[in-house]
Design a protein around this ligand. Structure first.
Ligand SMILES: Nc1ncnc2c1ncn2[C@@H]1O[C@H](COP(=O)(O)OP(=O)(O)OP(=O)(O)O)[C@@H](O)[C@H]1O
Length: 265
């Protein structure tokens, strides 16, 4: 079995604080991996290690066959990353944003012209090539950001809350796009707070208090727990682990951990 991501006992400490504690999992190529957990549970830290941006304190792993520690640069070159902040230049046009990302990855001019055409088509941005990114609606910006993340044909796409703050129709369109990419062979690692999106994933991992609580297919999770409600399943885990009576929402999961009700799951 060829894995896109394979990590073993992955741990990250910041001083005495363990942000990610002993994570081990394998994600086969061509799958969508949904990585879920309340705010502050360790998702971003895990993603940053997987992307080769920060070095694990201990543990090991391979991403696209490259060693997490020794070949971090190779990993960075071969993944596409998109976050909820979209990382677009609002005062550049659609095409100029793609040009900019193309130049970062040093894509040859002729290849870049071709790739831009493909991505503009894919993102449904035809006719908007000369629009300033700042003038686009949330859904358009999101699809442009996805295009930029794909400019160098990465084999692993890392999407950190890609649909946060985007309207439901755009969210659905975005997931169609991701599913299409995955069918073409890309692997996607996605964090999301939306349970309907999590249920689309091939594999779901749930992290809580820095530890991986469960990792399985949605179907297996439904079978094991006798419900198709992912939120209920995760609440069950949190109740068991925290010994607290978390009853209804992910907001409470966050509250049960930090005594802070400001941030929603
Ligand atoms: N550079 C750092 N130095 C110290 N602590 C850190 C650092 N980065 C993250 N942490 C802490 O590690 C814990 C996990 O943070 P992380 O950002 O990975 O969580 P998260 O699950 O991604 O949360 P969110 O959904 O809010 O982004 C948090 O308590 C955070 O404060």
């Amino acid at each position: 079995m060829e894995y896109a991501i394979s990590v073993k006992n992955l741990t990250k400490k910041f001083g005495n604080f363990t942000a990610v504690d002993n994570l081990s999992f394998n994600i086969p190529k061509g799958k969508i991996f949904g990585f879920l957990g309340p705010n502050g549970s360790g998702k971003s830290t895990t993603i940053r290690m997987i992307c080769g941006v920060i070095t694990p304190t201990s543990g090991s792993g391979k991403v696209l066959g490259y060693d997490l520690i020794k070949e971090a640069e190779k990993i960075k070159q071969n993944i596409g990353y998109m976050s909820q902040k979209f990382s677009l230049y609002e005062d550049l046009t659609v095409e100029e944003n793609l040009d900019f990302y193309g130049s970062i990855y040093q894509i040859h001019k002729r290849d870049l012209e071709l790739r831009k055409k493909e991505l503009i088509e894919m993102a449904g941005l035809k006719g908007k090539e000369n629009s300033l990114a700042g003038t686009l609606s949330g859904g358009w910006k999101q699809r442009l950001a996805l295009g930029c993340a794909l400019i160098h044909r990465p084999k692993l796409l890392v999407l950190d809350e890609p649909t946060a703050g985007v309207d439901p129709v755009s969210r659905r369109e975005f997931w169609h796009l991701v599913s299409r990419l995955v069918k073409e062979g890309i692997t996607a690692l996605v964090t999301t707070h939306y349970m309907d999106e999590a249920s689309i994933c091939d594999i779901i991992g749930f992290i809580y208090n820095s530890k991986l609580i469960t990792i399985d297919t949605p179907e297996n999770l439904y079978k094991t727990h006798g419900t198709e409600n992912l939120e209920d399943i995760f609440i069950k885990y949190v109740k068991e682990l925290s010994n607290k009576d978390v009853v209804s929402s992910f907001k409470e999961i966050k509250a049960s951990r930090n005594g802070d009700e400001k941030n929603e799951f």
